[in-house]
Design a protein around this ligand. Structure first.
Ligand code: 9WN
Length: 448
């Protein structure tokens, strides 16, 4: 056995051990201390990890999450499941989602916003990895869950896109990439951001505050929750006057990929014609919406601020939304791939590994240790790896996989994110979703 193979087997065991250590039975803590509840897109990635260990447990993860689905179809960004001895702020009382008639019935308590819909990608992966002996059971459970996922996508394609632009409107930085510079201008515009008194607990778990959002950010995050609460989390009301509404091209690209994944599962799930038609329409509309946000001069895709009607032009991972969505336009694809390889992104000479950083080192807002403002996030590179591989770009996909595994192995930790120039592990040290995508990468080519 080569050393490489031995190292990889050890990595697999350690990744599996992280998932098992964070396993609460029917759901997985996003991380042991910093994030002790069930997060939405974390759960989807975690299900992909579980699929390598136990297809039934993987499906349980998604079933538990969808038990908290709102009547609107929204899957909430957090289901609060940990007990009072595991503090997280803001908790369910701050959100007070019970003021919405669409929130799930007690005792389940959730937040009132959502995160990128990776769940269909997880369902597809679970099915691909289900051993033949378990297929009847797993297929029956997929058939029950599938319409719920269609309902979730319908919510995003309608309530979050009343303009039918193909692009999802996000309401809050916590809908995925918290302190990304993509939100800076919209947050700076918010007046009188007094959320009332509060105490952060994230800085008790992680003492190096340079890796986390600032108090300035938190004041605005919490103030926005107050405004959402005042709208009773009603989408129509939010669209009328709420100040933070952004067409998020990355979120929209994940929805395109998720619609394609559900279509791929249509036979397995016994999907009816209506569902198939809707999914194909949302997928195509999403790709067209992203194509319109593509700027030929920079070869990048930009978010759009609905309130100011202005594009948000920044060099971040999100600018590659057409690649994440597997654009059907060969010209845009070729231009994006050239950009991906250039010095602003994966070809930057100081990068430890050729992995897409959350924010380009060439961007003035870049901070190499600060959360979504520069570090490499393995889950983002997993999504890019998957999209490139499915588009037939096996060379680039193989490089992302190899560098990602090397990054994690060299750090010796399943970190939440990594410093792009040194590869230093940052954030939470035993992040479930990093372990989960590691399991998937390792299985992609076990002989390597
Ligand atoms: C707020 C759990 C979550 C991820 C997010 C990531 C971070 C939370 C926080 O952790 O956000 O939702 O407290 O910072 O930004 O993407 O889902 O891992």
């Amino acid at each position: 056995m080569s050393v490489t193979t031995r190292t990889r087997l050890a990595l697999r065991d350690r990744a599996a051990a992280v998932l098992r250590a964070n396993d609460a039975g029917t759901w997985t803590k996003a991380s042991p201390h910093l994030y002790p509840h069930q997060w939405s897109w974390d759960s989807a990635f975690n299900a992909i990890g579980w699929a390598h260990l136990d297809a039934g447990r993987a499906l349980t993860e998604l079933e538990g999450l969808f038990a908290a689905q709102w009547a609107t179809g929204m899957v909430p960004h957090i289901v609060f499941r940990a007990g009072p001895d595991e503090p997280y702020f803001p908790g369910p009382d701050w959100w007070d989602c019970e003021i919405s008639p669409a929130a799930p019935a007690g005792p389940l308590r959730t937040t009132g916003i959502c995160q990128p819909p990776v769940h269909a990608l997880a369902l597809q992966r679970i099915w691909q990895l289900t051993p033949p002996s378990r297929r009847p059971e797993i297929r029956a459970r997929i058939r029950v869950l599938y319409p719920r996922l269609v309902g979730w996508h319908r919510y995003l394609a309608t309530q979050r896109d009343p303009e039918q632009s193909g692009l999802v409107t996000v309401y809050h930085p916590w809908e995925g990439t918290d302190n990304s510079p993509r939100w800076d201008q919209a947050l700076a515009r918010i007046k009188a951001p007094d959320p009332g008194p509060y105490t952060r607990v994230d800085n008790r778990q992680l003492t190096d505050l340079s890796q986390r959002p600032t108090d300035w950010d938190y004041d605005r995050y919490l103030y926005l929750v107050r405004l959402l609460r005042e709208c009773r989390y009603d989408d129509a009301e939010i669209h009328r006057g709420y100040p933070f509404q952004i067409k998020d091209v990355f979120f929209s690209a994940v929805l395109v990929a998720a619609n394609a994944a559900l279509l791929d599962l249509a036979e397995v799930a016994g999907a009816d014609d209506g569902h198939r038609r809707d999914l194909a329409r949302w997928r195509d509309r999403g790709r067209a919406g992203l194509a319109r946000r593509f700027d030929a001069a920079s070869s990048l895709c930009s978010d759009y601020d609905v309130r100011t009607r202005e594009p948000i032009r920044l060099r971040t991972f999100a600018a590659f939304a057409p690649l994440f969505a597997r654009t059907a336009d060969p010209g845009q694809r070729a231009a994006q791939l050239r950009r991906l390889d250039d010095e602003d992104f994966c070809g930057h000479p100081r990068l430890r590994w050729h992995l897409l950083p959350s924010t380009s080192p060439a961007e003035p807002a870049f901070e190499p240790r600060n959360y979504w403002r520069g570090p490499v996030w393995p889950v983002i590179d997993w999504l890019l790896w998957r999209a490139l591989g499915q588009s037939g770009d096996s060379g680039r996909a193989a490089r992302i996989r190899r560098d990602s595994l090397d990054q994690i192995a060299a750090a010796g930790e399943f970190a939440e994110y990594f410093e792009p120039f040194t590869g230093q592990p940052l954030g939470s040290p035993q992040q479930s979703w990093t372990a989960a995508v590691t399991l998937d990468w390792l299985a992609a080519d076990p002989a390597d």
